[in-house]
Design a binder for this molecule. Structure first.
Ligand code: ADP
Ligand code: MG
Length: 505
């Protein structure tokens, strides 16, 4: 009888590129139509981020064409900053490599978007990504790149100088998929993108024909979004330890003031008293235990002000309303916002518009359009904190009924949006965010309800006034006949006195 020994256990480590090659659904590249949509979305996101860096009004062109039966060529061009030669190969062909790991609002977050598109193109059509980029004052250059999936290193297949008409970047990938199936979502994505980035113009060309031109509803570039020190409530053990490494010489009090936003000398004194630390203690003398006590206390202490908003870029009332007005047929709309507040020390603002118009479906609950860091979210709506919170509100109370089709356009912006997965489709339920969204929705409901009530009251008053006017006219006619006079007295003045307006004749 043969005896089986214990199974040998093989350990290995895999590269980030290999990880996302095996788990592409986590990044929104699970199937081909999702991959086409995600590719357009990631490339457009990068273009808009880059134009923001350049402080230019974005002009983005999305070209899609079917090269072969099911091979689609997608090219997205922009007028952004361009990418410097030394970074190009890694930016486009190394997973988790990027320039956006800073404490400020960006569309991109993980250094994953364009590289996922490149990876997907490479594994479905064996073609490289084509980059044509030009930075201010420098010569343009064109590259073809592959990703070495096993090592997560870029492979430069070719590069050559090539002038571009203007500064910026064009990225071309080829992937396998069904263009017709993905088309509708892409059109919707572009239309909604120009609501959340109303100063951008986005052109969509399919097989050489212009199929959509959307945007530039607003002609000013929003002010630059600045990086800022972390809020003290964001400081966990690891962050404190790292900050301390480069500030060993400082006194604890000065360290807190210089490392965090919203901490001045007074606040730091109060905090250090609260946690019983000596303000003059040298940072280099802090032990692991001390870091633990400090980080716990930083999250508990309620004497810190809310974070500042210079690292955020909300759409803003006028620009948001202009974008909606230009995209949908609207009869009325109201704006409101909440914040800046913070979740785990990450500043965020929520803003929203409730709109009434014939383009929206008739329902007892408004249609929902979600945006995060100016990016429309089209998938996994039911999982999202915005959708869940909208469903908690009793909209009847605010006179939202199926007779007046309504929509809610909700935008959350934060230095860190708590997405549920790397595909960035839905936002997690974080208590602080939920509270802010609920308060925003109630305010929007009240604003809408007030006008609906006002116009209902006006209608009722108008009806009553007409009835009075008619009765008074009858009485006057009757009175005149009784008195035997020909001229019927004008009763309008009487009605006017009652209602303080002139009735319609
Ligand atoms: N169109 C573009 N213009 C300028 N820089 C770009 C462009 N596309 C990508 N990049 C650079 O490449 C990096 C990696 O992009 P990506 O993989 O999408 O990650 P992320 O956008 O999350 O940082 C970006 O951080 C950015 O620096
Ligand atoms: Mg990106």
């Amino acid at each position: 009888m043969s005896q089986k020994g214990p199974m040998e256990i093989a350990f290995e480590s895999i590269s980030p590129a290999e990880f996302f090659y095996r788990n592409r659904q986590l990044a929104g590249f699970g199937n081909s139509s999702q991959a086409i949509y995600s590719t357009v979305r990631e490339l457009v996101e990068n273009s808009l981020d880059s134009c923001e860096d350049a402080q230019r009004l974005p002009s983005v062109k999305v070209e899609m064409s079917c090269e072969d039966s099911d091979i689609i060529r997608i090219c997205v061009s922009d007028n952004g900053t361009g990418v410097a030669e030394e970074y190009v190969s890694r930016a486009f062909a190394k997973v988790l490599y990027g320039s956006k790991y800073h404490n400020r609002q960006r569309r991109g977050t993980f250094g994953l978007g364009v590289t996922m598109a490149v990876l997907y193109g490479q594994i479905t059509t064996d073609s490289p990504v084509l980059i044509h980029t030009q930075c201010s004052g420098l010569q343009g250059k064109e590259y073809t790149l592959f990703i070495d999936v096993e090592t997560n290193q870029p492979i430069v297949e070719s590069s050559r100088p090539l002038k571009r008409e203007f500064d910026g970047t064009s990225v071309t990938v080829q992937l396998r998929g069904d263009l017709k199936r993905a088309q509708e979502r892409i059109v919707e994505y572009i239309r909604l993108s120009t609501i959340s980035t109303p100063h951008a113009q986005i052109l969509l060309e399919i097989n050489g024909t212009e199929s959509l031109k959307s945007g530039r509803w607003w002609d000013t570039v929003p002010p630059p979004v600045l990086g800022s020190n972390p809020h003290p409530r964001a400081a966990d053990f690891e962050m404190l330890r790292r900050l301390a490494q480069t500030n060993g010489e400082k006194r604890l009090q000065d360290f807190l003031v210089s490392s965090f936003q919203k901490v001045g000398t007074k606040t730091s004194s109060r905090f250090l008293k609260f946690v019983s630390f000596d303000p003059a203690q040298k940072v280099s003398s802090l032990t692991r235990d001390d870091f633990g006590r400090l980080s716990t206390a930083l999250r508990k202490f309620d004497g810190f002000e809310n974070p500042d908003s210079k690292s955020l870029s909300p759409i803003g009332k006028e620009a948001f309303l202009a974008g909606i007005r230009s995209t949908f047929s609207i009869s009325s709309q109201y704006y409101s916002s909440r914040g800046p507040s913070e979740w785990q020390g990450n500043p965020f603002i929520v803003e929203g518009v409730i709109a009434i118009g014939d383009d929206f479906p008739r329902s007892d609950i408004p249609a929902i359009y979600r945006f995060a860091n100016r990016v429309p979210l089209l998938y996994d709506s039911s999982e999202d904190v915005l959708t869940k919170t909208v469903k908690k509100v009793n909209w009847k109370r605010y006179n939202v009924t199926s007779s007046a089709p309504a929509a809610l356009l909700l935008h959350i912006c934060s230095t860190r949006v708590p997405y549920k997965a790397a595909g960035k489709q839905s936002i997690d339920t974080i208590p602080e965010i939920e509270i802010a969204v609920l308060s925003l929705l109630k305010d929007l409901g009240r604003k809408l309800g007030k006008t609906v009530r006002k116009s209902e009251k006006a209608l009722r008053e108008n009806k009553k006034m007409r009835e009075y006017a008619r009765s008074f006219r009858h009485l006057a006619k009757f009175g005149a006949a009784l008195a035997g006079v020909d001229e019927i007295p004008n009763t309008n003045r009487l009605v006017k006195q009652l209602f303080e307006v002139y009735p319609d004749e």
